[in-house]
Design a protein around this ligand. Structure first.
Ligand code: AMP
Ligand code: MG
Length: 423
């Protein structure tokens, strides 16, 4: 088992430890407030830092651009000289990385390229397309306004400006902003140690032979991939048999992990031991959420302080619960504040069946109709074993807990997969 980040304190079982189901938001809030942020910080190269969480805010030390420069290839002039038929004499050149060191006087121009410093005295650029050079001179035809095609110091970033706040996840553009400051390394919160295993006597690995009654394990592949997409590395702990002792063994040897995730064995079937095992080997926070797919969800903390998530076994349920709860929880451990992905409205092209009582994440295909309207259609069968519904979809159609379906042409809430951390 790897060395984990911090011991973590015991979770207090609270009034949520009961058999009634929480709403999706209640469940997420209860989980997030049970997570203690890691205190371990590491310094890494910025080029390895995309998706990592900033541990100390980054403030600009220099303005960007650092000097006045040209936005176009052309000629630097004094705008007040640009009257009809004024002839300009080209007295030198300013190339990117090779400034012109003199001062421009009346009727003078300097050849300039994009990004090159503006010579002293100049306050505008005449683009080269408007100029016919003849023996080192040219005549302007258009009037040129001051500041035309000039980029000023700090018009992108001012010195002292906040670049990245503590707790923000670094994007590709953030890494560019830091590189533009000459920053090579950055302090980020240490990545949590996450272990993932599957439970089920029916499960096979890809190297085993398929026999009657068995299936290949797909949940470890989807869970580890969603984590990876969300910037979280995980360790594959394999498949655990459906017996209480084997599950106890995993729970008791998890001290090297900050998070342990399993799938399967969380409902009330004969071979569903995860909830009882967590109660015996730690503390259960809750185990039912009023959602579909994903109603049984066992969550809490193991005796050694690792956070535990027992996700449902059905492939769509394990994906949805991982996206809704596990990834936000692991991000919270790394100091990231949860922000819900944007919900937008689309016109539903199908009639959607639903029973009142549970929030549903149905799978949809959103597209733009000929009249430019955003529409959504169902992927078809919505059962929680139908993993192809996730594969066909590009969004969740989010149906409120007490809604009883949606009719054709009704406006429904959707969340694009591309807006969700992990997909
Ligand atoms: P369970 O939650 O263990 O009762 O499993 C519910 C359903 O999900 C059953 O049909 C299982 O065979 C299936 N299932 C459980 N674990 C996995 C897995 N790792 N990969 C694919 N299907 C699974
Ligand atoms: Mg099972």
């Amino acid at each position: 088992m790897p060395q984990k980040n911090q011991p973590g304190s015991k979770l207090h079982s609270n009034e949520n430890t009961n058999t009634s189901a929480l709403t999706v938001d209640e469940a997420r809030s209860a989980i997030l407030s049970s997570i203690e942020r890691t205190t371990l910080i590491e310094t890494i190269q910025i080029t390895a830092a995309v998706g990592r969480t900033i541990a100390a805010e980054q403030v600009a030390k220099i303005a960007i651009p650092p000097f006045r420069n040209s936005a176009m290839d052309g000629y630097a002039i004094r705008s007040k000289d640009a009257v009809a038929d004024q002839t300009f004499k080209i007295i030198g050149k300013s190339l990117a990385g090779h400034p012109f060191n003199g001062t421009i006087k009346a009727g003078e121009a300097v050849r300039i390229t994009t990004g090159a410093p503006i010579p002293e005295g100049a306050d505008a650029i005449v683009i080269q397309e408007l100029v016919n050079v003849d023996r080192g001179t040219f005549t302007t035809t258009a009037s040129i306004s001051a500041q035309q095609y000039i980029r000023n110091p700090g018009d992108d970033i001012q010195s002292g400006q906040l670049l990245c706040a503590t707790g923000s996840r670094l994007t590709t553009a953030d890494i560019g902003l830091l590189a533009a400051q000459g920053v090579s390394h950055i302090d980020v919160f240490a990545t949590p140690k996450v272990g993932v295993f599957s439970t089920g006597d029916e499960l096979l690995t890809s190297t085993e032979e398929l026999t009657h009654g068995r299936i290949f394990d797909s949940n470890r592949a989807t869970i580890c991939t969603m984590l990876k997409n969300a910037g979280i590395e995980s360790i594959d702990l394999g498949i655990c048999k459906d017996d209480r002792q084997s599950i106890d063994n995993v729970m008791q040897s998890a001290s090297g992990f900050d998070f342990v995730l399993s799938s399967g064995g969380v409902s009330v079937g004969e071979a569903d031991y995860v909830k009882d095992a967590l109660e015996a080997n730690g503390d259960l926070l809750f185990w039912k959420v009023a959602m579909k797919p994903g109603k049984p969800l066992v969550t809490g903390k193991l005796a050694d302080g690792s956070y535990y998530f027992g996700l449902p076994g059905n492939p769509v349920s394990s994906m949805v619960t991982c996206l809704q709860f596990v990834i936000p929880a692991i991000h919270a451990f790394s100091g990231v504040k949860y922000s819900a992905p944007p919900v937008i409205q689309a016109r539903c092209l199908d009639s959607l069946k639903k029973e009142s009582g549970r929030f549903e994440f149905q799978r949809g295909i959103a597209s733009i109709a000929e009249n430019n309207e955003l529409t959504v259609s169902t992927t078809g069968l919505q059962d929680s074993h139908v993993l192809s519904s996730m594969s066909k979809a590009n969004c969740f159609i989010c149906l409120d807990q007490f809604a009883d379906g949606a009719g054709i042409d009704e406006m429904v809430n959707i969340v694009f997969f591309s807006a969700i951390n992990g997909l």
